[in-house]
Design a protein around this ligand. Structure first.
Ligand code: AP5
Length: 226
């Protein structure tokens, strides 16, 4: 059970590139009123803004590697202090290393918080390349789409905001996706055992379709928040 009456809830979505972390985090935001904090989005914003952290992150991200813990932690810590995180946060793409997980524990401890739930999104590797390579988003509101699995109801028009401009991420190609999958298995997958040991791990079959995965994820979060 979460202690969210006094402290913001902290949920973590673990899964390789393409598992659906961003897709499901946005749905959980709407249902539970939590805020999605994606370190990938925060890093891409830093790259676009040309900050010192962004300059250092850019080449690593293009190669599909992991940005240094120092940079990621500084960016995340700032964002977690924003007032809109009061009800709870959904950490999407963080932590990704043992060092980040330990730093998060320390950060939460200093404010009397803890990780309430970690959902491991279980998928097979090969289909993740197709998911990532087919992904695009609305340039206006950020709603996510996919060439095969999630197209707008009216071609070329965003379902959510009516925008007509769409964009694709620079690292969403088969080669970089392969490197990102390798980084996940080497550095992030061991966190499944770490959080299992802490008694906060849930697993969800994320190979099912988006709606079925959403039902399972929402049920998992509802159990923790009951
Ligand atoms: P990040 O932005 O976090 O990317 P990622 O982890 O590679 O995850 P993705 O965004 O690719 O996938 P997702 O699981 O969110 O899938 P989505 O919902 O979009 O990180 C990018 C880079 O930043 C990293 O490589 C690293 O360099 C750096 N970085 C970030 N955080 C860091 C950290 N903590 N430490 C160090 N470096 C860090 O879904 C994908 C597509 O599939 C969509 O089109 C969607 O519509 C579709 N889809 C989703 N679910 C389903 C389904 N069930 N069935 C069919 N299609 C589906």
């Amino acid at each position: 059970m979460a202690d969210a009456t006094t402290n913001p809830a902290v949920l973590i979505l673990l899964g390789p590139p393409g598992a659906g972390k961003g897709t499901q985090a946005r749905m959980l935001e709407e249902t539970f009123g939590f805020v999605q904090l994606s370190t990938g989005d925060l890093l891409r914003a830093a790259v676009a803004a040309g900050t010192e952290a962004g300059k250092q992150a850019k080449a690593v991200m293009s190669a599909g590697g992991l940005v240094s813990d120092d940079i990621v932690l500084a960016i995340l810590k700032d964002r977690m202090a924003d007032p809109d995180t009061r009800k709870g946060v959904i950490l999407d793409g963080f932590p990704r290393t043992a060092g980040q997980a330990e730093a998060l524990d320390g950060l939460l401890k200093s404010t009397g918080q803890r990780v309430n739930s970690v959902i491991s999104m279980e998928v097979e590797d090969a289909p993740m390349i197709a998911r990532v390579a087919g992904r695009y988003t609305c340039a206006t509101c950020g709603e996510g789409y996919h060439d095969a699995f999630k197209q707008p109801a009216k071609a070329g028009v965003c379902d959510k905001c009516g925008g007509t401009d769409f964009k694709r991420r620079a690292d969403d190609n088969a080669e970089t996706a392969g490197a990102r999958l390798a980084a996940y298995h080497a550095q992030t997958a061991p966190l499944i055992t770490y959080y299992k040991g802490l008694g906060v791990l849930e697993t969800v079959d994320a190979m099912a379709n988006i709606a079925e995965v959403a039902t399972a994820m929402q049920a998992a979060v509802a159990r923790v928040m009951a």
